[in-house]
Design a protein around this ligand. Structure first.
Ligand code: NAD
Ligand code: MG
Length: 391
């Protein structure tokens, strides 16, 4: 029997940065949340540890080679264990689940999210790639099935937190803040030789490898611009980006009378995670409080799109529409993978993405199958281009 006072949650990607912080939030609010499902791709040890603590109904380990070990560890606890990508899309449909937190990384988030929406589950969306790849399909399905897509990304949570009380007042524009990443202020010549170790050092946030590289290259902000379009129904001209190195203002909304609302606080992902899971309530927390006197100067700069071309590529993809953002995303996933394997340099990443955007066939009104095919074709092309460069 479900406890009607608690929300039952599936965490896809529970061993990652967002996943572990979500479990911190739940650990502090056990009277409000029940963990129903946990999933991970490779980190079986942590997944087993989490399952032993939170006692979910089901766990999924993506990597099938790890199934036996996870099963052996969790059988005595009567926790069901499944494996493989196919299991992810079926577990999200479990009747007991209220909210699915998509804390897995990349394109892999798309199909489980679609299945969860069709099964009537609310989505706490950390996986921005889902909206970048197929925002039109995902948002219209959410409308059709009357489920909420609750943003976890701090910028989008900030905007979401600025909207209650505004009724039908239209948004004139939103201003997404960006920390600028570890290479803020550097010019192209200085970025030629940067290593993955330097790129993996984010000044304000501790996150998974892919989003950390995306933050260094400003692709993360580009993906967030596209994510914002779908979450808030805006066009490209209504979405501005401003670099704000202190990461205290998490983003802003400007209304038609010129008034701007900002949401602020210390950079800590637990707050937006908690807001999404508890929405529409705010739960009390013990997280450290922001003190204005410790930050006498909050500063703002224009993003340098000559140096960080990914941001311009994302705007271009957004303006072109169709499957262009899907191409951008797939090419970027391969670019980051190859950069982390030392097969591409930092500055070669946007070149690879631009080349894929120019060469993969454009589809103006894609179906879900078109997106799946576009993702596949783009990855293949990006791998081939990289391979040819190495030779
Ligand atoms: P991470 O790399 O730390 O964790 C990823 C999780 O997903 C892990 O549990 C991993 O096992 C799982 N996973 C990886 N590949 C998978 C696959 N192919 N199939 C199924 N599961 C897979 O990543 P993260 O930093 O927690 O980011 C997760 C998502 O949240 C990303 O989309 C990211 O853009 C978004 N996000 C993260 C932050 C942050 O602070 N970390 C902030 C905003 C948005
Ligand atoms: Mg963000």
């Amino acid at each position: 029997m479900k406890d009607p006072n608690k929300k039952y949650i599936a965490i896809l990607g529970s061993t990652g940065s967002i996943g572990t912080q979500a479990l911190d939030v739940i650990r502090n609010n056990k009277d409000r949340f029940v963990v129903e499902v946990l999933t991970a791709e490779n980190n079986a040890t942590l997944l087993i540890e989490q399952a032993a603590e939170f006692r979910p109904n089901v766990v999924v380990i993506g990597n099938e080679a790890l199934y036996d070990a996870v099963k052996a560890a969790l059988d005595p606890l009567h926790i069901k264990v499944y494996c493989g990508a196919k299991s992810l899309v079926s577990v999200v449909e479990m009747e007991t689940i209220d909210i699915v937190l998509t804390a897995l990384v990349g394109y892999a988030g798309l199909m489980p999210t679609i299945h969860a929406i069709k099964a009537g589950k609310h989505i706490a969306l950390a996986n921005k790639e889902t909206l970048v790849v197929a925002g039109d399909i995902v948002t219209s399905l959410a409308q059709k099935h009357k489920v909420a897509i609750l943003p976890v990304d701090s910028e989008h949570s900030a905007i979401f937190q600025c909207l209650p009380g505004e009724g039908m007042n239209p948004i004139e524009k939103i201003i997404l803040t960006a920390s600028g990443g570890p290479f803020r202020g550097k010019k192209r010549a200085e970025l030629e030789q940067v290593t993955k170790k330097q790129a993996l050092k984010h000044p304000n946030w501790s996150m998974g490898a892919k989003i950390t590289i995306d933050s260094a290259s400003l692709m993360n902000k580009g993906l967030e611009v596209i994510e914002a379009k779908w979450l808030f129904g805006l066009n490209a001209d209504q979405i501005d980006v401003v670099v704000h190195p202190q990461s205290i203002i998490h983003s802003m909304v400007q209304f038609e009378d010129g008034s701007i609302k900002a949401q602020m606080g210390l950079p800590d992902m637990k707050l937006p995670i908690q807001y999404a899971l508890a929405f529409p309530e705010r739960l009390p927390s013990e997280y450290p409080r922001f003190d204005f006197l410790n930050y006498p100067s909050l500063t703002f700069e224009k993003p340098d799109t000559d140096t960080f071309q990914n941001l311009s590529l994302a705007y271009e993809a957004l303006r072109k529409g169709g499957n262009m953002a899907c191409i951008l995303n797939a090419a970027n996933e391969i670019a980051v993978e190859k950069f982390l394997q030392d097969e591409l340099t930092f500055l070669e990443m946007p070149d690879l993405i631009a080349e894929c955007m120019a060469k993969v066939p454009y589809i103006a009104i894609p179906t879900l199958d078109d997106y799946i095919q576009t993702d596949r074709n783009t990855r293949e092309m990006a791998r081939t281009i990289t391979q040819m460069k190495i030779k």
